[in-house]
Each structure stands twice: as structure tokens, then as C-alpha cells.
Ligand binder design. Structure first.
Ligand SMILES: NC(=O)C1=CN([C@@H]2O[C@H](COP(=O)(O)OP(=O)(O)OC[C@H]3O[C@@H](n4cnc5c(N)ncnc54)[C@H](OP(=O)(O)O)[C@@H]3O)[C@@H](O)[C@H]2O)C=CC1
Ligand SMILES: O=C1OC[C@@H](O)[C@H](O)[C@H]1O
Length: 399
């Protein structure tokens, strides 16, 4: 058997999710039956200084020769990096990713991809110009459970899709846990709010079931009707979003799709799945249900009109090596004995690099831009605009 191809990662920013992602990168791929590739970390950069980057590399167990940088600008010049993972707050994605692209490097960017669609378009144009790989790192798309759900729909098992509902509610108690308003979840300067942070997962399920499952030529952007509730303590971030999308389809087969998201209620209040599914894809022959949390679901139920009921569990493989941020990320809990699941998106990037692809068919540049267009429209209808310095497409801008 040939040796696995090693992909050399650079980590831009050293916060919570960067730790989880980096630890997942270093999980042995054989634990998920992947043998053709392997990931390593060759560099990390922190805007907080060299010491922070050095400590980060130690904490995540990176190889001892991985290089620490105290500035993003120096880091992007490192010739040893094959691909960069950008994990700053939403507000910074555009500036940081443009910096990486200008340096001619491949890059994946945490969700939400950018603050707005204009920024998303600029980044895809730049990736095209530089002929490099670019992908929104919405990890859930690349889980085996997502492949399964998309396949169920494409196979026609549940018939013609009529309606999809998806809810991602995070019960964060923001006035208590983020009382000073500086946390990225509620801070307007960091493009905080439910929509961009957790609403993206509800939208991900709508899009990957209704849009991604069609051949690209048949995909049409949806119309948007929505309501937002503003989080009053910080004034310019949303705490609740309700979105109705109508996806046009030929032959009177339009699909209605509803996404809801919140910082105050949980999709699964007892965290035991007793609240039922968080996403339901209704076809005229049955439905596929996905249980919460929608950012990291581990259970599906298929119900067909012929009486079939099929429950499936989708535990994440590999050791639980992450820092434990999900299920509320504030209490540090994580399912015992499970991997986090961030390695799937890294694998997707690795395959693309090896095959010379510049984007992922599971989340194309075009689809990312359409999703950002939807979020722009929701913010427009809800009267939510962030500070100009993070909405701008000017580059470089110091934030
Ligand atoms: N995929 C997933 O499941 C998750 C994704 N995310 C996404 O990851 C991104 C980061 O989230 P998370 O890791 O929780 O955030 P953190 O606040 O924990 O980390 C963000 C990091 O960005 C860097 N940074 C640069 N400038 C700033 C600034 N002005 N304010 C704050 N941080 C700054 C800092 O790193 P440094 O000092 O080293 O430069 C900081 O540690 C977001 O896009 C979020 O939506 C978050 C959680 C889960
Ligand atoms: O991306 C995310 O997924 C899990 C949540 O806990 C977190 O708020 C969010 O940023």
C-alpha cells in the first residue's frame, strides 16, 4: 500500500475552535477508515503575539518543528504551508482570508464565510485569480450523516420534496454568560448574533437538502421572507431569526423551507433528544429527520409511507481529543469517547488539493455566495447592519 499523502496545515488564530480543529487534524485518519491522506500542522499564527502561538502549538500537540508566528502577515509567507485554516471571528474572515489568498495560498474559512455576500464574491474572485483552493469550513456538510441524508433525498426514497424545517437554537443565557457584550456571539464589532453564528447551520440543512442535491444547472436561489429580533443589550446583533425560503423548481415543484435560530432557547432543552428532530425533510412519500444539535447531529430517522421506520446512529469516530466546546461550548462538555468530527472538512480540503480542485462540490463558491445573499436579505429585512469597517470590501483594513 502506498504511503499517505501528508497535507501541511497552517492555523491562523489560536482561539477555541482553532484548538478543537487542530487536535482533530492530528487524530489518526485510520480511526475513520481514511488511509490515503494524513494531516500535519507546520505553523500557527496569533495576533496576540509569538508566545501565544508557541503555547498553542504545544497545547494541541503539534510536531516540535512547527513554526510559531506572532503576526498573520509573517505567517502567510511561510513556504511550508499547503493550506491555511482561518478561525477568527466572522468580522475578520474577509480581511484574513484575503491576506492568505493574496499570498497565493489555499485556504478554508470558518463559518459564517464572511459578513456579507459582497465580501464572499470578492474572495471567490481572488481565489480564481490566484488559482487556489477556497472553501467555507462549515464542518457539518462533510459528516457521513450529511452524505447519507443527501443520498436519501437524491435517491427519491422520500419522493418529491415539499417542505424542510430546520432549527438551531442555542440556549446561551447571554445576559449572564456574556454580560459585558464583548463576546463574539453578541458583539456587533465581531459580527455577532444568532443568524451568522448558529443560523448558518439551520440554513446549511435547508440548502444541502434542497439545493446541493440538484445538479448545478437546476439550482435556483430562493426568495426570502424573514423576521429578526435584535439583542437589545448590544443593539446591533440579532438573538432570534425566522426565515422562510421558497426554492423555485420547474413543474410546480417549488420547495418551502423554514430556518429558525436563537441565542435563548435550545433545540434540545434536556440534551437527550427528547424534543424530537431539529430538521425534517418532508417528501410526498415520507420524511427524513435529523436530530439536534444541527451543527453536530448523531441520529437520523427515516419514515416512509409504506411503514418503514429506520433509525440510525452516527457517532463521530476517533478519540475525543477536542477542548469540548459544543453542546453550549460554555460548559466544556463533550460526548465521551467520540472524536469531534472536524477532520471530515480537513479531509475534503486534502482530497481537493491532491486532485487539483479549487472548490468542493459539497459547498461550491456559488452556493456559499447564495447563502450569504440570503443572510444579507434577512439582515436587510430585519434592519441589522454591522459597523462599516467590517461590512466593507476594501482591503487591507485594520480591524
Ligand atoms: N465549526 C464550529 O463548530 C465552530 C465554529 N466557530 C467559528 O470559528 C470562528 C472563531 O470562533 P471561536 O474560536 O469560538 O472564537 P474565539 O474568540 O475563541 O477565537 C477567535 C480568535 O481569533 C483571533 N482574533 C483576532 N482578532 C480578534 C478580535 N478582534 N477579537 C477576537 N478574536 C480575535 C484570536 O486569536 P489570536 O489572538 O491567536 O490571533 C482569537 O483567539 C467563528 O467564525 C465561529 O463562528 C466557533 C465555534 C464552533
Ligand atoms: O459553530 C458553532 O457550533 C457550535 C456552537 O456551540 C457554537 O456557538 C457555534 O459557533
Amino acid at each position: 500500500m502506498s504511503e499517505p499523502k501528508v497535507i501541511r496545515w497552517g492555523i491562523l488564530a489560536t482561539g477555541g475552535i482553532a484548538q478543537t480543529f487542530s487536535k482533530d487534524l492530528l487524530v489518526n485518519p485510520k480511526t475513520r477508515d481514511v488511509t490515503s491522506i494524513k494531516h500535519t500542522i507546520v505553523a500557527a499564527a496569533s495576533s496576540s503575539g509569538l508566545a501565544r502561538a508557541t503555547q498553542f502549538l504545544k497545547d494541541v500537540g503539534a510536531p516540535s518543528d512547527a513554526k510559531a508566528y506572532g503576526s498573520y502577515e509573517e505567517f502567510v509567507k511561510d513556504p511550508n504551508i499547503d493550506v491555511v485554516y482561518v478561525s477568527t471571528p466572522h468580522s475578520h474572515h474577509y480581511q484574513n482570508t484575503m491576506l492568505v489568498l493574496e499570498a497565493g495560498k489555499n485556504v478554508i474559512v470558518e463559518k459564517a464565510f464572511t459578513v456579507n455576500a459582497a465580501q464572499a464574491r470578492k474572495l471567490t474572485e481572488k481565489a480564481k485569480e490566484k488559482n487556489v483552493f477556497l472553501m467555507e469550513a462549515t464542518w457539518t456538510r462533510f459528516f457521513p450523516i450529511s452524505y447519507y441524508v443527501r443520498d436519501i433525498i437524491s435517491s427519491g426514497k422520500i419522493g418529491i420534496i415539499q417542505l424542510v424545517t430546520a432549527d438551531n437554537g442555542l440556549c446561551l443565557d447571554p445576559e449572564k454568560t456574556m454580560a459585558d457584550g464583548k463576546h463574539r456571539m453578541v458583539n456587533p464589532d465581531l459580527a455577532g448574533g444568532a443568524l451568522l453564528d448558529s443560523g448558518i447551520y439551520a440554513l446549511t440543512w435547508l440548502f444541502q437538502t434542497v439545493y446541493t442535491t440538484l445538479p448545478p444547472a437546476e439550482r435556483k436561489a430562493p426568495t426570502v421572507t424573514s423576521a429578526l429580533k435584535i439583542y437589545e443589550p448590544t443593539g446591533a446583533a440579532d438573538e432570534l431569526a425566522s426565515i422562510l425560503l421558497v426554492f423555485p423548481r420547474a413543474g410546480n415543484k417549488d420547495v418551502h423551507a423554514i430556518a429558525t435560530t436563537s441565542l435563548r432557547y435550545a433545540s434540545d432543552p434536556l440534551e437527550d433528544l427528547s424534543a424530537g428532530p431539529a430538521c425534517r425533510v418532508h417528501g410526498d412519500q415520507g420524511e427524513i429527520q435529523i436530530f439536534p444539535p444541527l451543527y453536530r447531529p448523531t441520529r437520523t430517522r427515516l419514515i416512509l409511507r409504506d411503514g418503514t421506520v429506520e433509525d440510525k446512529e452516527w457517532p463521530q469516530p476517533g478519540p475525543g481529543k477536542g477542548s469540548g466546546w459544543f453542546n453550549g461550548f460554555l460548559d466544556g462538555t463533550q460526548p465521551e469517547g467520540e472524536g469531534q468530527g472536524m477532520f471530515w472538512e480537513a479531509d475534503e480540503a486534502a482530497y481537493a488539493l491532491i486532485e487539483g480542485r479549487k472548490e468542493s462540490p459539497l459547498l461550491s463558491w456559488e452556493e456559499t455566495v447564495v447563502i450569504m445573499d440570503v443572510m444579507d436579505e434577512v439582515r436587510k429585512q430585519g434592519g441589522l447592519r454591522y459597523p462599516e469597517k467590517i461590512e466593507t470590501t476594501d482591503f487591507p483594513v485594520a480591524l
